[in-house]
Design a protein around this ligand. Structure first.
Ligand SMILES: [Zn+2]
Length: 143
């Protein structure tokens, strides 16, 4: 039973700190796709709201672990991007989980400002395209 010891990490909200002493151990557990990517979901640690989803490769996940700031891989630009680097809307990562088969990353984050580049709180805010209420319209049509 080893313990990393008390690093005196108090007040995590403002200051980003590394999340683990050994990113390699985390990376080993992740099941990356054939093109080396894994979807990463950012969730507001305060209320559980799903803020956004983006892609990570091993390098961006490592950077996230080392810096405590959510860092993604831009498929369109082919480069790492630290969330908020240009907008100031940083995501300070408080906890990272993998799903049951290790192919999805879930991050609990402290989000500064809007998470979406369009300015909405989350990437899903105001973008409902279907809801259970729609069923009443079509339910009688099918045999
Ligand atoms: Zn968005």
């Amino acid at each position: 039973m080893t313990d990393a010891g008390s690093a005196g990490a108090t007040g995590l909200s403002a200051v980003a700190v590394p999340l683990t002493a050994n990113p390699a151990e985390v990376l080993e557990k992740v099941s990356f796709s054939a093109d080396g990517l894994v979807p990463a979901i950012a969730q507001d640690s305060a209320n559980g709201e799903v803020l956004m989803m983006a892609w990570m490769n091993a390098k961006s996940l490592e950077q996230t672990l080392l810096t405590g700031r959510a860092t993604y891989w831009s498929r369109s630009r082919g480069e790492l991007w630290r969330k908020g680097e240009t907008s100031g809307h940083l995501q300070t990562v408080e906890q990272i989980s993998l799903d049951c088969d290790g192919d999805t990353v879930l991050m609990q984050v402290s989000q500064q400002g809007p998470a979406c580049h369009t300015g909405t709180r989350s990437c899903f805010t105001g973008r409902v395209v279907a809801s259970a209420a729609d069923r009443s319209d079509e339910g009688g049509q099918r045999a």
